[in-house]
Design a protein around this ligand. Sequence first.
Ligand code: NDP
Length: 329
Amino acid sequence: MTFKAMVVEKDEDGKTSASIQDLDDSRLPDGDVTVAVEYSTVNYKDGLCLGPGGGLVRTYPHVPGIDFAGTVEASDDARYKPGDKVVLTGWRVGEAWWGGYAQKARVKADWLVPLPDGLSARDAMAVGTAGFTAMLAVMALEDHGLKPGDGPVLVTGAAGGVGSVATAILSNLGYEVAGVTGRPETAEYLKSLGASQIVAREDINETVKRPLETETWAGCVDAVGGAMLARVLGQMKYGASVSAVGLAGGAGLPATVIPFLLRGVNLLGIDSVMRPYEDRLRAWERLAKDLPLDKLHAMVQPATLADLPELGASILKGGVQGRVVVDVN
Ligand code: NDP
């Protein structure tokens, strides 16, 4: 029996190409749990791994896909048995290891979490790493004291995956949400997710000129980094926190330390990849409770394995709105 997978190969000149191939089980990597994959998704990192790799992929041929959800087919680990529904995000699956852009995956049991009650496999992939990380970012802000009523919470890269999910969660929890977008045409979409204010990217995308500006934001989920993050730090209210999630606008941070010293602003680093199991369970439980399914479904663009090369190129250019769900079958 063969199964279909999106395989990226590298030629002698170092050029990569992606194609759908029929593989058999002997090609699967080592691992204790074999999963019949139902859905995967497209994150920013998937865009890199579908193309030249961005330094993330170790060996070729490679099957990308940093997330998947499906049903256990075989297991050598007591925690999982055939028929169990499972989700995987992170652990460098789809980068250093073969990932979810296939009808079958084999991974370490430690990397899996049970599909949370209340979410289907498709819903879990509508969330994916982007949404899981958005939840971790909101939880970090809460852990640092953010409460509804404190004032507007800024979400940068709002129309992207992390931003869309963060906007929907924050709004559902009763926060006033301001979304930064470079795509004015997404304003109605962002309002439908719960944003009450739209901030134009160009209004907030310059390098810091004054280290402190008017205290405006009670919290921030930042998917953009770079000059935007530097600017946002100087606009935070006294004692407020920014969850630093992404680098869609750049990995640099052309900032001053003044907001930290004079306003007690906190910059919270958010990693989703190596998160311990208990944190993962807590975040998935919160997603099942605090992310309204109607809003999640409204973010979804359906896709198949064949759409992946184009979607991968598009997400790297900031061209994907919301979340892509890939039906691998
Ligand atoms: P998306 O491409 O879906 O979203 C990124 C959004 O950022 C875009 O939609 C766009 O939003 C905005 N954007 C893109 N380019 C620029 C730019 N040059 N300047 C300013 N804004 C820009 O990606 P994801 O939401 O999946 O990921 C967002 C970031 O978070 C990525 O850098 C990703 O690597 C990172 N990430 C980190 C994780 C972690 O564990 N820390 C986990 C998941 C993601 P708009 O059009 O609204 O302006």
